[in-house]
Design a protein around this ligand. Sequence first.
Ligand code: DOR
Ligand code: ZN
Length: 332
Amino acid sequence: MELLLRSPLDMHIHFRQDAMLDVVAPLSAAHFAGGVIMPNLIPPVDSLDRLLWYTNEVRRAVGTHRFDPYMTLFFRDYTREELVAAKPHIIGIKLYPAGATTNSDGGVKEVLSMKHVFAMMEELDIPLLVHGETHGFVLDREREFCEVYRTLATAFPRLRITMEHITTEAAVSLLDEFENLRATVTPHHLLITLDDVAGGMLNPHLFCKPIAKRPEDRDALLAAALRPHPRLMMGSDSAPHPIDKKESAGCAAGIFTAPIILPLLAELFEKHDALVNLQAFVSDHARLLYNVEPPTTTVRLVKESMIIPEQYESVVPMWAGRTISWRVAEVS
Ligand code: DOR
Ligand code: ZN
């Protein structure tokens, strides 16, 4: 049994910088025709100079793979001139509430105090990508943030807002309330719940932000992905950290999935008899929602078992050592 995917896209990836960039960028670029590259470096990518530098770094690391990096700026109080200058080089601007996750200390303290920036982004048609969590109780953070999404979607009806890596039934419902809301969902949030992270022995390699939630949340996400919902895109949030930062007290948030995303999804969609919808979920919706034309590639997946490697250099992938039933056979 085989499956062909055209120009798969990963609409939320952490490529990092320096040696880590050189390890992970080729792994994504080997399977994907493009992806949205997150700006939460140290220091963040929050100026045109830094954006152009990082774009070059990413292109260098991607090498000869056919892969379009869709770059993002780290949200701050930008002037109109800065936005106009950045627009040709970015797919959107990523907003992190201050302290919500890895390398987000320079994020926004009060999201709704930034309405003047959102108004300019709406006018200039620059999408807003959002890490949607409050500072409340960990399991309630995304649900609480839905009020902020409502306020933004109502106040700025032409602003294209992506709810990044949604994890709750509440966020899935919001998609149907507002035309200008769209979302990414990760493969891991379609597969795991909080039980997999902390229900038995603590598994640091499944610890991420937002944390995996309840079975009913996972089921709502899965139903929307399998359908597939027209405003839902695959964004892996593949977030590598070296093994010593994961297997330690004070474990860093992030799950590394880049090299196994397509096999994981093929297995999952096949299990639910929805393989025909995988193309839309991993490429077509993103192309329409972001108006992008990635390089034409074809990924051939075959139903043959693969053991997930224990490590890629210093990084442990999700489900290391497990056998999954699909693998990538060829990319052309
Ligand atoms: O788990 C996460 N890791 N969530 C994020 O939002 C950021 C990411 C990272 O950069 O490591
Ligand atoms: Zn992320």
